[in-house]
Design a protein around this ligand. Structure first.
Ligand code: CYC
Length: 162
């Protein structure tokens, strides 16, 4: 089950049959104190998601061999599949940002993804480059603090794919 920062510390305390210790309470304090930042960033991202993906693709993939005949993004169908995938990564990274926990990424995004990409010949290196470009474009929109936070989850997806 995907969890969030709160259920993560509660579950781990419950396993030990204990109240939350200071380290766990400290984690919650940080989570609550950054709550508004996370919600504001999520709102900006959702209002600009299509633009973020478009700019990231322009920065990382356009006019490369990938979009030319023989490349994995060549043909409208495959181009659209790629854009859709990037939109998934941004949307799920935004969920994880709100949750303060990456488990939703393991459960709903990364599970079986590498195998699917390998079997379809989708290039992982280029995908990671595009995700890194999403990270930069997003940070320039939401500011560096929130950008760093959402970057954690975009990096998590990148590592999970690599
Ligand atoms: C929410 C969770 C979720 C994810 C992550 C997901 C990914 C995903 N991407 C796919 C395909 C694909 N993914 C890409 C992506 C790319 N090709 C490139 O060269 C670029 C580097 C890159 C974009 C950055 C392409 C082109 C295909 C189609 C490949 C094909 O059918 O030949 C497929 C195969 C089925 C399909 O075409 O829809 C899946 C399952 N599906 C999901 O439900």
């Amino acid at each position: 089950m995907a969890q969030d920062a709160i259920t993560a510390v509660i579950n781990s305390a419950d396993v030990q049959g204990k109240y939350l210790d200071n380290a766990a309470l400290e984690k919650l304090k940080v989570y609550f104190s950054t709550g508004e930042l996370r919600v504001r960033a999520a709102s900006t991202i959702s209002a600009n998601a299509a633009t973020i993906v478009k700019e990231a693709v322009a920065k990382s993939l356009l006019y490369s061999d990938i979009t030319r005949p023989g490349g994995n993004m060549y043909t409208t169908r495959r181009y659209a599949a790629c854009i859709r995938d990037l939109d998934y990564y941004l949307r799920y990274a935004t969920y994880a940002l709100l949750a303060g926990d990456p488990s939703i990424l393991d459960e709903r995004v990364l599970n079986g993804l590498k195998e699917t990409y390998n079997s379809l010949g989708v290039p992982v290196g280029a995908t990671v480059q595009a995700i890194q470009a999403i990270k930069e474009v997003t940070a320039s929109l939401v500011g560096s603090d929130a950008g760093k936070e959402v970057g954690v989850y975009l990096d998590y997806i990148s590592s999970g794919l690599s």
